[in-house]
Design a protein around this ligand. Structure first.
Ligand code: NCD
Length: 305
């Protein structure tokens, strides 16, 4: 039995297969419409979510399966003090596969150790968000045509943004990938990403504060929101929240084929005037999230179509 905790749980070859499967699902949805007949997906979300939970549910429904679960800790027995380990043992009796989101780093891993069904980490605190990474990889691969030899700028809250940590981890395995890390001083990537992931693997990267100084050179700009819920005090959040606003004037400095990704939700960091720019692909990205989660469910359940 296989779980997904971290994008590195898949080899590059396995990721290639998964992305190819997602492409086939996009092209031939009818072929997969009954692939999961009789199977159940549980979504156990202890933290707010729109895209991740609903795209998982849409994915399972598109495959002919059904879904059950809870959307907040308050509406589950967590509110009565039940541990994640106990909850997953019970969910294992009800469902065939489970996606779990939790505010604590490592919660999904703990769940996977007690589970008798595949567990997917749908976000654990500020740590990892591997299925967003699969979504991001599929988006870049589909719209840019490659995952290698690209210059990727990450902008915003690089300290608490788990989607950033997961995507950096995944992209360093492709040749010729360079990073520009754009953040306020207080929101730089955690030191384990800088030293254990980037420096340890000799990956070229620079850290910058101003988006204007970086944007002209990028193939991908990955914008992120300031993660309010992970700040210790509201004052720091308020000081930082509008640090970056991507608008038409900044887009004018970017390459014609640069792509703007954002895991969403967007708060203020991308002005709505950018939405109509063909380089703004964050809503397409949300659509790719369904195909890739369909591919992931099939892969973890070992279902071949
Ligand atoms: C992200 C998350 O939950 O980390 N959202 C998502 O899953 N698409 C990004 C965020 O909340 O800022």
């Amino acid at each position: 039995m296989r779980h997904l905790m971290n994008p590195l749980d898949f080899t590059v070859e396995e990721l290639d297969e998964l992305l190819a499967l997602a492409d086939d699902i996009e092209a031939n949805p009818g072929k997969y419409a009954h692939a999961c007949d009789g199977k159940k997906l549980a979504t156990c979300f202890y933290e707010p979510s729109t895209r991740t939970r609903l795209s998982f549910e849409a994915a399972m429904l598109n495959l002919g399966g059904s879904v059950l679960g809870f959307a907040s800790a308050d509406s589950s027995s967590a509110a009565k003090g039940e541990s994640v380990s106990d909850t997953i043992r019970v969910i294992s009796c009800y469902a065939d596969i489970c996606a779990i989101r939790h505010p604590k780093e490592g919660a999904a891993l703990v769940a996977s150790q007690k589970s008798s069904i595949p567990v997917i980490n749908a976000g654990d605190g500020g740590h990892q968000h591997p299925t967003q990474t699969l979504t991001d990889l599929l988006t870049i691969h589909s719209l840019k045509g490659r995952l290698d030899h690209i210059k990727v700028g990450f902008c915003g809250d690089l300290k608490f943004g788990r989607t950033v940590h997961s995507l950096i981890n995944a992209l360093i395995r492709y040749p010729g990938v360079e990073f520009v890390l754009i953040s306020p001083e207080e929101l730089r990537v955690p030191s384990y990403i800088r030293t254990d992931v980037l420096e340890a693997n000799d990956i070229p990267f620079v850290e910058m504060v101003k988006l204007e100084d970086a944007i002209g050179d990028l193939d991908i700009l990955y914008m992120t929101r300031v993660q309010r819920e992970r700040f210790f005090n509201e004052e720091d959040y308020v000081r930082m929240k509008d640090f970056y606003i991507l608008d038409k004037a900044k887009m004018a400095m970017a390459k014609d084929d640069m792509l703007v990704l954002h895991p969403l939700p967007r708060v203020n960091e991308i002005s709505v005037e950018v939405d109509d720019d063909p380089r703004a692909v964050y809503f397409k990205q949300a659509q790719y999230g369904v195909y890739v989660r369909m591919a992931l469910i099939l892969t973890l359940l070992g279902i071949q179509v």
